[in-house]
Design a protein around this ligand. Structure first.
Ligand code: FPP
Length: 244
C-alpha cells in the first residue's frame, strides 16, 4: 500500500517483516530424518514467531510457505507439504482467533487442492476482524506469477473500459497485486545462509532491508527473531533520498 514502511507510533522497529523460511530439509538431513520431519519442525516454529510479533511491534508478518517452483520437488514431498498445510490451518484456526491473528493467503490458490482452498477461505473469514497481528501465508506464490496475474486483470479492466491506459501508474498496479491491503515489507529475512530472494515479493520489497542469516528455519527462535528486529532499528533507511 504505502512504501514508507515502519515508524508507526514513532517506533523504529519494522512494521512488516517477511520471511523466507529456508533450511528445513538440511535440518532433517543432519538428523538423518526425512525432509518432511524438517517441515514439521518448521511449522512448529511458525507459531512461536507469530506469537513473538506483538511484543516486537511487528504488525504484519508474511511467510513464504510454498512457491510456484516448489511443485518441482518429489511427489512425496509436495503431498506431505500439502497435508501439513491442511493440518496446520485446521489446528491453528481457533488459536488465531483467540490470539487476534488475522490470516490471509497470497499466491495462486486455484491450483491447490479444493479442500485446502476451502480451509484457507474459512481461516480468512473466521479471522477477518482480528487486529493484533496480520499473518500472510504465501502458498503457491511466485512474485512474477503475481505480477503477471495482476497485469492480466488490469488489462481486462482496460479492455472493458473500466480503466484508462494513461491512468496506470505504480499505485494502480499495486491495487491489483495479491498484497493490495498490506504495507510494503520493511525487513525481509532469509534463513539457512542462502543469499537470494527466490521470487518472493519482488515488487513490494523494492526498498526493504534484507537479513540473510545462517540459522536453519527449524532453529529460528523467538530470541533470534528479536535480535534481527533490533538490528533493523539501527539501519538508516533513506528510500533513495539523502538526509537533510
Ligand atoms: C524451505 O526449506 C522450506 C519450504 C519449501 C517449506 C516451508 C514450509 C514450512 C516452514 C512448514 C510449514 C509452514 C506452514 C505455514 C505451516 P527447504 O526444504 O528448501 O530446505 P533445504 O534448502 O535445507 O532443503
Amino acid at each position: 500500500m504505502d512504501g514508507t514502511g515502519s515508524g508507526e507510533n514513532g517506533h523504529k522497529g519494522p512494521r512488516h517483516v517477511a520471511i523466507i523460511m529456508d533450511g528445513n530439509g538440511r535440518w532433517a538431513q543432519m538428523r538423518r530424518r526425512p525432509r518432511l520431519f524438517g517441515h514439521q519442525a518448521g511449522a512448529r516454529r511458525v507459531r512461536e514467531i507469530v506469537e513473538a510479533c506483538p511484543d516486537l511491534g511487528v504488525r504484519y508478518l508474511t511467510i513464504f510457505a510454498f512457491s510456484t517452483e516448489n511443485w518441482k520437488r518429489t511427489q512425496a514431498e509436495v503431498t506431505g507439504l500439502m497435508y501439513l498445510f491442511r493440518r496446520y490451518i485446521t489446528r491453528e484456526m481457533q488459536a488465531f482467533v483467540k490470539e487476534g491473528v488475522c490470516v490471509r493467503f497470497i499466491g495462486d490458490r486455484l491450483r491447490l487442492d479444493p479442500k485446502l482452498q476451502a480451509l484457507m477461505d474459512e481461516a480468512e473469514t473466521l479471522t477477518r476482524d482480528c487486529t493484533k497481528v496480520n499473518l500472510t501465508i504465501a502458498l503457491n506464490y511466485g512474485a512474477r506469477d503475481e505480477v503477471a496475474r495482476a497485469i492480466r486483470d488490469l488489462a481486462a479492466d482496460v479492455k472493458a473500459g473500466r480503466l484508462e491506459p494513461d491512468a496506470v501508474d505504480e499505485t494502480t498496479l499495486t491495487r491489483y497485486l495479491d498484497t493490495q491491503v498490506l504495507p510494503d515489507p520493511d525487513l525481509v529475512i532469509r534463513t539457512s545462509g542462502e543469499a537470494r530472494v527466490s521470487n518472493f515479493l519482488l515488487w513490494q520489497s523494492a526498498y526493504a532491508e534484507y537479513e540473510f542469516i545462517d540459522t536453519l528455519w527449524p532453529d529460528f527462535s523467538r530470541e533470534i527473531f528479536a535480535e534481527v528486529v533490533a538490528r533493523y532499528a539501527t539501519r538508516d533507511r533513506r528510500f533513495g533520498a539523502v538526509k537533510a
